[in-house]
Design a protein around this ligand. Structure first.
Ligand code: HEC
Length: 179
């Protein structure tokens, strides 16, 4: 009888802990901006800035463009979405989401005429198709650029010329879809 009681107590505690865990997870994901495959589309229909493209998922494009065009950099506002190539995306989640990435969430996509699929997403451990960790490179940008590399911000350069990048952007299979 005593043994049964202890077992029941242990089970009840297990359930209680599981519920607390679930509540914490929900609280955390509630704060995140919801992102799914429909969040993404033709890269060249975003707003061009010096050869890359930006948008703001919360509708505050002006705030995103203000930092993008600032000569001294700054902290990108929540909701900012940034892309250089069709398959790699950075989205600024709310402040406090990830101190290690300045709240940037990294995405590796697979794109086709049918749309986008999220291959991987996350903060510190997202790796691109070439085996490179997104944060590993982007963290090298000097602090005022908020992990945006471009050229001359302190990141190691990537082996793609402007011409190659333009070609890659213009070959996004999601552009000019019939619907
Ligand atoms: C080998 C280092 C490296 C890795 C790995 C890497 N990037 Fe980058 N990324 C760069 C550099 C350098 C640029 C700027 C290139 C340029 O403008 O010539 C860049 C540009 C970008 C941009 C445009 C804004 C900016 O910072 O200039 C985005 C968005 C981006 N990368 C996302 C990602 C994502 C998402 C991943 C992982 C899936 C990733 N990158 C992996 C080095 C890297």
């Amino acid at each position: 009888m005593k043994k049964l009681h202890m077992m029941l107590t242990a089970t009840a505690m297990g359930v209680a802990l599981a519920l607390v865990g679930a509540a914490q997870l929900t609280a955390q994901s509630d704060q995140l901006i919801a992102v799914d495959e429909d969040t993404f589309g033709c890269i060249t229909e975003m707003n061009p800035v010096r050869g890359f493209f930006v948008d703001n998922l919360l509708g505050d494009l002006d705030a995103t463009l203000a930092v993008a065009n600032s000569a001294n950099g700054g902290t990108w506002p929540t909701g900012s979405m940034v892309q250089l190539v069709p398959t790699e995306v950075m989205i600024k989640q709310p402040e406090g989401t990830s101190a290690a990435t300045n709240d940037w969430e990294f995405f590796e996509l697979a794109v086709s005429a049918e749309g986008s699929e999220i291959v991987t997403r996350g903060f510190t451990d997202v790796v691109n198709r070439f085996g490179g960790n997104c944060l590993g490179c982007h963290v090298k940008a000097e602090p005022q650029w908020d992990m945006i590399c471009e050229t001359g911000h302190g990141c190691d350069p990537i082996p793609l010329s402007r011409e190659m990048l333009t070609t890659i952007q213009q070959s996004d299979p999601r552009c000019n879809r019939p619907d």
